[in-house]
Design a protein around this ligand. Structure first.
Ligand code: 4AZ
Length: 381
C-alpha cells in the first residue's frame, strides 16, 4: 500500500512538473514567436508610416526603407526575390526598400506630399513646409493665446445631403481630415447611417456664405465604426469615414497630425472647434467657432461624473464653466500644438452633461489609445 502511494506521489510530481515545463515551453515558443514577428516588423504594434534610410529599390529606383505594411504589397510580388530589398529600420526592424515613385502613385495619393496619416513628431525639425498639422500662412498659430477667430483647414463638417437640399439642416457632426481620403470622427455620429446618408464638407468656414468656392463636398464610400463602440456608454466612440475620392490639399484643406503615443495633457491648454450649438439647446453656429480650454486631471474628471470615465477618455472644459463643446460639435477634434508647431488631434468630441456646466467637462475619446486602430483602418487597409 505504502509503495503504491509513493509511486502515485512520484507519478503526480513528474506529471505536474512536466505540465509546468510544457507551459514554460509554450511561453518560450510564444516569446520566440513574438520576438520573431517583432523583428520582421509584422506584429500589430503601432508603427509609423515613415520614410527611413534612402536605398535602392526594385528596378534600380530610388527608394526609402519602410515598414512592410506601408509598402504596397504588389511592389514585392513584382520583384523576383524580395529578400534583396530588405533593409533595417533603426537597428530593430526589418523593412523593405519601397520605391518612391510607386509609393507616390499607389493607394495613397496623400503620399505625393507626405506620408499620412502621420504623427506630429514624424517630421524633421526644420521642415515646416510639408506634412500634417502645420499652421498654414500663419493661421492657427497662436490660437491658444489669441481671441480672434482662426481657421482650421482639417475641420470637416458632416451633413445629410437630403436635408441640406431642403435647406432644413446644417451639419450634424464634425470630423478631422487625417489623410487625403479619411476623416476621423465619433462613432455615435455615424451610428445607424449608411455612407449615402452623409456628405463631408471640407474647407468650410462660414455656412452662411453660400457662394464661396473654397469649400468642397465629398461623398462617403465607407463608414468604419469602432467594433467595440457601445451606444449605451459611448465607450470607443471613434470612427473613420472614407471619402469616395481623395481630396486635394490647399490653404483651406489640410490634414491634422495624429498625436504622439504616450503623452499626458493634463492641465495643458487645448482647442476645440466646431459649428455646434453656441450654448446648451441654443442655435448651431454658421461660422466655425473655437475655444481654448484646459485638459482636466483625470481623477478630478472621474470624480465629477456618475457615469464611467475611462483611460480612453480625455476631459476638457473651462474650470469656471462656459467654455465647452456642445451638441453638433461631436466628432470634431480636440487640438493640441506640439513644441514643433504642428497641431495634433488628441481627442474626438464625444459627450457631456449639458454644455459649459461648471464641474462637468466635455468628454473626448483619447485618440492616442486608438492609433493602431486608425492605422489599420486607413492606410494599412
Ligand atoms: C453632443 O451631444 C455633445 N459639453 C457634445 C459635447 C458635449 C455635450 C454634448 C460637451 O454632441
Amino acid at each position: 500500500m505504502k509503495v503504491i502511494l509513493i509511486i502515485l506521489i512520484i507519478g503526480y510530481v513528474v506529471y505536474v512538473n512536466s505540465l509546468a515545463i510544457q507551459s514554460k515551453n509554450d511561453d518560450t515558443d510564444n516569446n520566440e514567436h513574438k520576438r520573431r514577428k517583432r523583428y520582421l516588423g509584422l506584429n500589430k504594434r503601432y508603427k509609423l508610416n515613415k520614410l527611413y534610410e534612402e536605398c535602392v529599390a526594385p528596378g534600380d529606383n530610388k527608394g526609402h526603407c519602410k515598414h512592410l505594411s506601408f509598402c504596397p504589397l504588389d511592389v514585392l510580388k513584382s520583384t523576383g526575390n524580395s529578400l534583396d530589398y530588405l533593409c533595417v529600420i533603426e537597428k530593430t526592424h526589418v523593412g523593405v526598400c519601397c520605391p518612391d515613385d510607386i509609393a507616390v502613385n499607389s493607394y495613397a495619393g496623400s503620399q505625393i506630399i507626405m506620408n499620412l496619416p502621420a504623427g506630429g513628431n514624424d517630421y524633421d525639425k526644420d521642415d515646416n513646409v510639408t506634412g500634417c498639422g502645420i499652421p498654414l500662412m500663419g493661421r492657427s498659430e497662436v490660437a491658444t493665446k489669441s481671441t480672434s477667430i482662426q481657421e482650421w483647414p482639417w475641420m470637416a463638417a458632416l451633413y445629410r445631403p437630403k436635408q441640406m437640399m431642403e435647406g432644413s439642416e446644417q451639419q450634424f457632426c464634425g470630423g478631422a481630415l487625417i489623410t487625403d481620403t479619411h476623416i476621423l470622427t465619433a462613432a455615435h455620429c455615424t451610428q445607424g447611417l449608411t455612407p449615402k446618408d452623409i456628405r463631408v464638407r471640407l474647407g468650410e468656414y462660414d455656412f452662411a456664405k453660400r457662394n464661396e468656392t473654397r469649400a468642397l463636398d465629398y461623398a462617403v464610400s465607407q463608414i468604419i465604426e469602432h467594433e467595440e463602440f457601445v451606444l449605451a456608454t459611448y465607450a470607443n466612440d471613434i470612427a473613420v469615414l472614407r471619402l469616395e475620392k481623395p481630396t486635394s490639399f490647399n490653404s483651406y484643406i489640410w490634414p491634422i497630425c495624429l498625436p504622439p503615443r504616450r503623452r499626458k495633457y493634463e492641465k495643458e491648454t487645448v482647442v476645440v472647434a466646431g459649428w455646434g450649438q453656441q450654448f446648451y439647446s441654443g442655435p448651431l453656429s454658421q461660422v466655425l467657432l473655437q475655444v481654448a480650454i484646459p485638459v482636466w486631471e483625470h481623477k478630478k474628471c472621474v470624480d465629477s461624473f456618475i457615469q464611467t470615465i475611462t483611460d480612453d477618455n480625455i476631459c476638457a472644459a473651462g474650470y469656471e464653466g462656459g467654455k465647452d463643446s456642445c451638441l453638433g460639435d461631436s466628432g470634431g477634434p480636440l487640438m493640441y500644438q506640439l513644441e514643433n508647431g504642428r497641431w495634433v488631434t488628441i481627442g474626438v468630441v464625444s459627450w457631456g452633461v449639458g454644455c459649459g456646466n461648471k464641474e462637468s467637462p466635455g468628454i473626448y475619446t483619447k485618440v492616442s489609445n486608438y492609433l493602431p486602430w486608425i492605422i489599420k483602418n486607413t492606410i494599412a487597409k
